[in-house]
Ligand binder design. Sequence first.
Ligand SMILES: *Cc1c(COP(=O)(O)O)cnc(C)c1O
Length: 390
Amino acid sequence: MTTSSTTPATSSSTTSTDASGILPAELEDLVTLFDVRATDSPTPDAERAAALESPRFGTVFTDHMARVSWRQGDGWLDRRIEKYGPLQLDPATAVLHYAQEIFEGMKAYRHADGSVWTFRPDANAARFARSAHRLALPALSVDDFVGSIAALVRTDVDWVPSGEDSSLYLRPFMFASESFLGVRPAAEVEYLVIASPVGPYFAGGVKPVSIWVAEDYHRSGPGGTGDAKCGGNYAASLLPQTLAQEQGCDQVCFLDATTNTYLEELGGMNVFVVMADGSVHTPELTGSILEGVTRSSILQLVADRGHAVVERRIPLAEVVSGLADGTVREIFACGTAAVITPVGRLAGTTFDSTVGDGEPGELTMAIRGELTDIQYGRAADRHGWMRRLA
Ligand SMILES: *Cc1c(COP(=O)(O)O)cnc(C)c1O
């Protein structure tokens, strides 16, 4: 286990850059592009303190939101931070009819010295641009994406919790805001970022989840939108998720739509399988799987530890028989919200298997600890993944 870490955080470093190549000085410039129109009715300190003490995911939002508007011919306009509040939409607004919408999910972490950081925002920005392309939405630059996040977090920095495993969840999204019922890419689009303080995903300790493998439904198919982070994929996952819960399971896992035999992913998390020989396997990106930032970070951390890392098509049958004969030792799911979720049980219409002894796996928990240590500044950021926001 490497969860107890080593080098102190490099929180005071202001010269490092990350994969997007933006230096902190340049980040300063990006933030300046956003006009801060502060609310005249901020949440009273006591109320905010109460909200931060026991944050409930997605129910409480900060005082402001970031916003940029797009019009065909004009491009992105009016970068601003404004009061959080309802949007007024015409009933004919395109997104309400044709679901031309994409989103991202990331977090701002408060380090022990009070500084606020985010994790690989360049990767989220790049994925957002890929999602936009697939949904025929206009591309937002990495600069505007990272700038909007930094500007919002700085404005609402008092909303970033400092409790153990707490963070400020950031939700950038973009939608077709033109009111027009014709079927074509909208000529008017809004981009916003909202933020919600969140506590530990697993209150009272990490608990393994049970997974139902869907045989009658798929979340996406070849050439579909599976590798775009769009609301429509989530809409399609809700019924199978409900059916999984009716089977007594927490989450649904989807198989490939072509052969109905290979593991793909959960409704909102990627999946990993750890073999008894120490090798770590995850479904390869075939176009119908969402490329998680957590997934790619775990691939790196696992390789750093010297494990063989294999991205391939993983037959469900191989996993089920591997659980029975012990060649499969651990299964976990991963995504920004929960980081890493151990899987304790895998079930479907013809099988019901316990993973290992049903408790969180050793490598699962070690990688979880290592990744959260990096995110919270308790371990050295050796891959340059962290970006200081405030
Ligand atoms: C967001 C998401 C994930 C996880 O991605 P992260 O970048 O790790 O948060 C996995 N699968 C789907 C379908 C998703 O929407």
